[in-house]
Design a protein around this ligand. Structure first.
Ligand code: ADP
Length: 174
C-alpha cells in the first residue's frame, strides 16, 4: 500500500478513480470541480444529472460515483466537503466523513488506485494544515483495515498544500 503526494493537476494523473471536491448541486463549479468537468466532458455532467433526478444532489460528507469521461480514470467520485465556518459547524468531522465515504465507495466499486484533491481548502476556505491532517489521518486509518485499495495519491495544486502534506505525511502515525 502506498500513499503518494504529487504537485499538479488531478485531471492529468492516471488512476482508477479521481475524487472531485464537488458541491451539493453536482452541477459543477469553480476550482477542481470546474477542471474535472472541463477535461472529462459532458458525460460526467449527464451522470450527475441522473443522480440529481434520483436523490436531489449530494449532501455534505456524502459521495457519489460517475463515469470519468475523457479523464485518465475509470470513475470520478464526487464528494462534498464542508464550507469552513470558524470550526463552529462540525466541519472537521464532515471533512473526515467526505474522505471516508469516498474510500468506501471506491472499495464497493473495486477501485485500487484513487487520487484526492485537497478538499475544502479552496473556495470553501478550510484551513489547509487542519484539512491535510484530517485527510492523511483518515486515509491512513482506512488503509490499516482495508487492503483492497493499494494506492492513494494526494494531488496538491498549490505549493502551500504540497509543503504541508510532505511535512505531515510521515509525522502522522496511526
Ligand atoms: P472547495 O470548494 O472544496 O474548497 P476548490 O476546488 O475551490 O474546492 O479547492 C480545493 C482544492 O483543489 C484547492 O486546494 C485547489 O488549489 C485545488 N485545485 C484546483 N484546481 C485543481 C486541479 N486542477 N487539480 C488539483 N487540485 C486543484
Amino acid at each position: 500500500m502506498e500513499i503518494a503526494i504529487i504537485k499538479g493537476d488531478i485531471t492529468k494523473i492516471p488512476v482508477d478513480a479521481i475524487v472531485n471536491a464537488a458541491n451539493t448541486s453536482l452541477l459543477g463549479g469553480g476550482g477542481v470541480d470546474g477542471a474535472i468537468h472541463q477535461a472529462g466532458g459532458l458525460s460526467i455532467l449527464e451522470d450527475c444529472q441522473k443522480i440529481r433526478n434520483k436523490q436531489g444532489g449530494c449532501q455534505v460528507g456524502e459521495a457519489v460515483i460517475t463515469t470519468a469521461g475523457h479523464l485518465p480514470a475509470k470513475f470520478v467520485i464526487h464528494t462534498v466537503g464542508p464550507v469552513w465556518n470558524n470550526g463552529k459547524s462540525n466541519e472537521e468531522t464532515l471533512l473526515a466523513t467526505a474522505y471516508l465515504n469516498s474510500l468506501r465507495l471506491a472499495v464497493e466499486n473495486e477501485i485500487e488506485s484513487i487520487s484526492f484533491p485537497n478538499i475544502s481548502t479552496g473556495i470553501y476556505k478550510f484551513p489547509k494544515e487542519k484539512a491535510a491532517e484530517i485527510a492523511i489521518r483518515t486515509v491512513k486509518e482506512f488503509l490499516k483495515t482495508n487492503d483492497k485499495i493499494t494506492k492513494v495519491i494526494f494531488v496538491c495544486f498549490d505549493e502551500g498544500n504540497f509543503i504541508i502534506y510532505n511535512d505531515l505525511l510521515t509525522k502522522i502515525k496511526i
